[in-house]
Design a binder for this molecule. Structure first.
Ligand code: NAD
Ligand code: TDX
Length: 360
């Protein structure tokens, strides 16, 4: 039975990945989820897997060398899937240090502990051990607005925000481990994800939540920045395929072929909400374009991201499966059915964050 060490499994993509893996492999794998439970980590996301005998949760910080070394000592780990990170660009603009700490130092700790556990006396590695580093398309910087350029695996890194700089640094560390030690790893660079369990600081869940509450919908700048949206389950599937079918030491870009301006996304969200809300739901009256509020632009706001997922398609056979209009319906349906989750996510510290960020 393969044993997975998943970091950051209580966050948005990590929890979707754990659900996906248990759906796919059932009792054939064991998953150990290591998460520090920051503001973004939520064990509610994993309620329906927590009683599985082949699932273990360990609360630990990836920067804590001893705690991570212990996980490797006490378990024969076959796969590491490293999601844990500070992930929100706006927060990185306000508090960059924690991004360097978690994303760079934390990745260094994960690499070092995996290397210590997997390395043989002759410097080679035990067979069939693999580390997958989950990264982002933001490391490639920003594309011009109106040309047909894409990010390829060979595109030079050009990060702009403290978040993307810290992710770029962590990617470089993984590359250094592969080049120096032939450490068995892959890197995936994925575009913007959306779907169930996404924390409402990110654009799509924030807009769904605010629209339902009749609150303003804060659009940065002119609303024409472009992101390439991918349904989170498609990302989970891609990660598994890269780890099992990809070539070791390679980077794979993962993207949805679904570029849209933020303002277009917002119109689709509003339309879909109106369509899905029952006629007698009082919220239907306020879910409209009148809530849109153009606000000051994000500092250093990247204009356009667009991934070319050609390599993963031709080498591995992965393709995005969920059309945006279907994915957004599923996402909204999930939020309708999980109002309590949203209520908990937006209480406490979130209120303070929201005031400081949007009500200055
Ligand atoms: P998230 O913020 O929802 O979750 C991050 C998780 O990591 C949380 O559970 C948090 O508690 C945990 N964590 C944070 N610091 C930790 C620490 N020091 N030790 C242990 N655990 C810690 O993030 P997400 O959106 O799920 O992103 C997951 C990964 O995917 C990140 O590495 C991110 O860079 C990458 N990524 C995200 C997107 C996206 O659109 N969200 C796209 C591409 C890549
Ligand atoms: O209130 C908002 N208003 C707004 O106009 C917010 C929160 C965002 N935006 C814009 C900024 C971006 O152009 O929407 C777009 C998407 O913003 P985010 O959801 O913050 O995502 P982004 O900055 O693109 O980064 C995301 O994708 C890549 C994730 O947060 C990263 O973790 C991932 O690596």
């Amino acid at each position: 039975m393969r044993t997975y060490l998943v970091t950051g499994g209580a966050g948005f993509i990590g929890s979707n990945y754990i659900h996906y893996m248990f759906r796919k492999y059932c009792d054939e794998i064991r998953i150990i989820n290591v998460d520090a439970l920051t503001y973004a980590g939520n064990l509610e996301n994993l309620k329906d897997v927590e009683k599985r005998p082949n699932y273990t949760f360990i609360r630990a910080d990836i920067c804590d060398k001893e705690a991570i070394a212990r996980v490797f000592e006490e378990n024969d780990i076959d796969r590491v899937v490293h999601f844990a990170a500070e992930s929100h660009v706006d927060r990185s603009i306000r508090t960059p240090e924690i991004f360097v700490q978690t994303n760079v130092l934390g990745t260094a700790v994960m690499l070092n502990c995996a290397k210590a556990a997997w390395e043989l006396p002759d410097g080679s590695f035990r067979e069939n051990k693999k580390f997958l580093h989950v990264s982002t398309d933001e490391v490639y910087g920003s594309l011009p607005e109106d040309d047909n350029a894409f990010f390829y695996e060979t595109t030079p890194y050009d990060p702009h925000s403290p978040y993307s700089a810290s992710k770029a640094a962590s990617d470089m560390l993984v590359k250094a481990y592969m080049d120096t030690y032939r450490f068995p790893a892959n890197i995936t660079n994925c575009s913007n994800n959306y779907g169930p369990y996404q924390f409402p600081e990110k654009f799509i869940p924030l807009m769904i939540h605010n629209a339902l509450e009749g609150k303003k919908l804060p659009v940065y700048g002119d609303g024409k920045n472009v992101r390439d949206w991918l349904y989170v389950e498609d990302h989970a599937k891609a990660i598994d395929m890269v780890q099992e079918q990809g070539k070791l030491f390679e980077t794979y870009n993962i993207g949805g072929h679904n570029e849209k301006q933020n303002i277009e996304i917002l119109h689709i969200i509003l339309e879909t909400l109106r369509d899905m809300l029952p006629d007698d739901d009082p919220r239907k009256a306020h879910v409209n374009e009148g809530l849109i509020s153009y606000v000051e632009d994000r500092k250093g706001h990247d204009r356009r991201y667009a991934i070319a997922p050609d390599k993963i398609r031709t080498q591995i056979g992965w393709e995005p499966e969920t059309m945006f209009r279907d994915g957004i319906r599923k996402t909204i349906q999930w939020f309708f059915e999980n109002e309590e989750w949203m209520k908990n996510a937006t209480s406490g510290d979130y209120q303070k964050y929201y005031r400081e960020m949007y009500e200055k």
